[in-house]
Ligand binder design. Structure first.
Ligand code: ADP
Length: 214
């Protein structure tokens, strides 16, 4: 993982640029009593992370962005496939009762529903709770009756990044996204579930990044 802490010298460079922008690398080097070559990797990190802007023949500017951008840079470098976990999947004719049992046994909050192996729907804890309040025999009600259906399902692909997964979870107010692969079948796009990203996966990632990646 990319180290997100800045070195003392990198922090000093930021201070110098803040005070004296625009400033050339020669001038920064002379203030720090080092050679330009020594500074090159530090300046590369600071410009790549967006903290400093480099303008040819003018020098370095402070972009106004803080070190927090290194964090967002890091989170964008992490793929959904790096953080996804195993999804719990049932078929469309599974009863609400059996879906509730799976929810407890597998210790998850969201269950994905497939038909012929392709994504059809999503059932959450509250969907199941609601179904138990209706007075129907939950052994007889299939999950297909209560699920949120395709195409209204918010999905993500495994090559997308962790930040986009978190943004989708927040924007659509859901706990979990199915990670899907798009397959063209009989000229129709179908979705195969290859994983899931939940709020827990995102929280785990946050802890890992803050601990310096272990
Ligand atoms: P809960 O309902 O237990 O609070 P969610 O917030 O995840 O859990 O679900 C809210 C609603 O959104 C439910 O009706 C559920 O079926 C639906 N839902 C859950 N995940 C998704 C998803 N990835 N795409 C579309 N709808 C979803």
């Amino acid at each position: 993982m990319v180290q997100i802490e800045l070195s003392k010298r990198q922090q000093r460079i930021i201070e110098i640029v803040k005070e004296q922008e625009p400033i050339t690398s020669e001038n920064i080097a002379s203030i720090l009593s080092v050679t330009r070559a020594t500074l090159r990797p530090d300046l590369a990190i600071l410009t790549m992370s967006g903290i400093l802007d480099a303008r040819p023949k003018v020098g370095y500017f402070y972009s106004g962005k803080t070190e927090i951008n290194l964090f967002s840079q890091e989170i964008k470098n992490i793929k959904v496939s790096d953080i996804m976990s195993v999804p719990v999947i049932v078929t469309e004719n599974t009863s609400v009762y059996d879906a509730i049992v799976s929810l407890f046994l597998e210790d998850v909050g969201t269950i994905f529903v497939v038909s012929n192996g392709y994504l059809m729907g999503v059932v959450s804890r509250k969907d199941l709770l609601k179904a138990t309040l209706g007075g129907n025999d939950i052994n007889k009600v299939p999950v297909a009756m209560i699920m949120t259906r395709s195409p209204n399902i918010i999905t993500i692909i495994k090559d997308d990044n962790a930040l986009n997964a978190a943004i989708k979870i927040i924007d659509h107010e859901v706990d979990s996204l199915p990670v899907v692969e798009k397959i063209i079948k009989d000229e129709k796009e179908q979705l195969k579930i290859v994983g899931k990203v939940s709020k827990s996966n995102i929280t785990k990632l946050l802890v890992e990044i803050c601990k310096g990646g272990s």
